[in-house]
Design a protein around this ligand. Structure first.
Ligand code: ADP
Ligand code: ASP
Ligand code: MG
Length: 425
């Protein structure tokens, strides 16, 4: 039996009872003969609470100190989990991300893992311990500062360790039974997916299905690490995310035409009003945004008014970057040349994902018909080979997701989508 990496999300370790429950589950894996490395998130909504606290002290806290604060959440849960395991009569040692050899670049709050040197973790499990690693954190290669990997980053820690340790599988334990055809908190009739390809999962994750973080799926695809997403509250089989379909009985699970519907209400829209319609203007706007280290999502440029020669350019970005983007654009207003800025954080994005889109005509038409049937107005559209996304009013999102889910025949006959814990925050 080989080494397994298990990751437990915040909702699975929300309180002392949760930590004890998870400890039992980890000990079971060890008793079954595996070497076990566990990655753990901060308890419940601890990270959000630490962010709220920082904002009360300073409206724009410095990245280095902010990261130092946030990593405290995972330190609490890793130590408590190691204690709970020892209490069950098994040896466990906890490690910070830095001790576990998670080396990152130095972009605070959203650092990328550039190397993993898990010597101490390997030694610890070779000596018979269960190794517990704090998720979501690392240490920067150049400055040796503590960094965090962005919200939900423990998923990436788990896959990166699984790759570095040559693990058989990376198990992601959460508060639902796997990856569903839509968020079970929004669609009660969502269906559990038995197997999904890295490609479709990557699109779902980057479109807002936070059950897995997109960087973690990217990493798993690059190193071909199979992920098993499952509930820490039930014993059910979850969802396999891998390059090749899994076997069920003597048949391979088929690739679905449509994998699911994702939604995201964490973005905002910035409109740069009155931009001269001439070469170089979009470049100047997006260079300003890039220099502020802000990632954008969708972009749309309106047709310019013939009488003025001016146009508007809109783009979407994470709400958490909104202030920074507006400040950067205002600072460069005269250099870029525009009239004003509009900021709208009441938007939502709905995306339909599926590899079958490439070869099945009519998917786009059916998607727009479903939205029109639910009287949802579309503000922006973007597509990839296997995804269609639209921006709408945030209030319309739940209804729109359900309408699209039904229109594509994804509703299950039973209400199998159970949410075991978490606050959905
Ligand atoms: P954890 O604390 O375990 O990391 P997260 O809150 O990050 O858990 O992710 C699990 C949540 O992801 C679920 O509770 C669910 O609301 C949400 N979710 C969004 N889309 C999906 C989907 N397609 N399938 C399953 N869960 C989803
Ligand atoms: N605790 C961090 C967060 O809430 C990381 C994680 O849970 O994956 O984003
Ligand atoms: Mg998560």
């Amino acid at each position: 039996m080989g080494l397994v990496v298990q990751k437990y999300g915040g909702s699975s370790v929300a309180d002392a009872e949760g930590i004890k429950r998870v400890a039992k589950r980890i000990v079971e894996a060890k008793k079954n003969g595996h070497q076990v490395v566990v990655v753990v998130s901060a308890m419940g909504d601890t990270t959000d609470e630490l962010i709220d606290l920082a904002e009360q002290v300073s409206p724009m806290p410095a990245g280095r100190e902010f990261d130092m604060l946030l990593t405290a959440g995972e330190r609490i849960s890793m130590a408590l989990l190691a204690m709970a395991i020892k209490n069950l009569g098994h040896e466990a040692q906890s490690f910070t991300g830095s001790q576990a050899g998670v080396i990152t670049d130095s972009v605070h709050n959203k650092a990328r893992i550039i190397d993993v040197t898990p010597g101490r973790i390997q030694d610890s499990v070779d000596q018979g311990n269960i190794a517990i690693v704090a998720g979501f954190q690392g240490v920067s290669q150049d400055k040796k500062d503590i960094t965090t990997l962005g919200r939900g980053g423990s998923d990436t820690t788990a896959v990166a360790l699984a790759a570095a340790l040559n693990a058989e599988v990376c198990e992601i334990y959460t508060d639902v039974d796997g990856v569903f055809t839509a968020d079970p908190r929004v669609v009660k009739k969502a269906k559990k997916i038995d197997w999904i390809s890295f490609e479709d999962m990557l699109e779902l994750a980057s479109s807002g299905s936070k059950v897995l973080l997109h960087r973690c799926v990217e990493y798993a695809r690059r190193y071909n690490i199979p992920i098993h997403v499952r509930s820490s509250f039930s014993g059910l089989q979850g969802t396999w995310v891998s390059s090749e379909p899994i076997e069920q009985g003597d048949k391979k699970v088929e690739q679905a035409i449509i994998s699911g519907v994702a939604h995201d209400t964490s973005e905002a829209k910035v409109t740069v009003v009155g931009v001269p319609d001439k070469p170089g203007e979009a470049a100047a706007i997006f260079r300003t945004i890039a220099d502020a280290e802000i990632n954008i999502d969708m972009v749309v440029q309106n047709v310019s008014a013939a009488s003025t020669g001016l146009t508007d350019i809109s783009f979407t970005l994470p709400k958490t970057e909104g202030r920074k983007a507006i400040d950067a654009l205002e600072r460069n207003k005269s250099g870029i040349g525009f009239d004003s800025l509009r900021y709208d954080d009441q938007i939502g994005k709905i995306s339909l994902v599926g590899a079958g889109m490439k070869t099945n005509p009519g998917v786009t038409a059916a998607f727009f018909e479903a939205l029109s049937g639910a009287s949802v107005n579309i503000e922006l559209i973007s597509t990839s080979e296997i995804r269609i996304s639209v921006v709408t009013r945030a209030d319309d999102v739940p209804e729109a997701v359900r309408a699209v889910h039904t229109a594509f025949g994804l509703d299950s006959d039973s209400d199998e989508a159970v949410v075991y814990g978490g606050t959905g925050r």
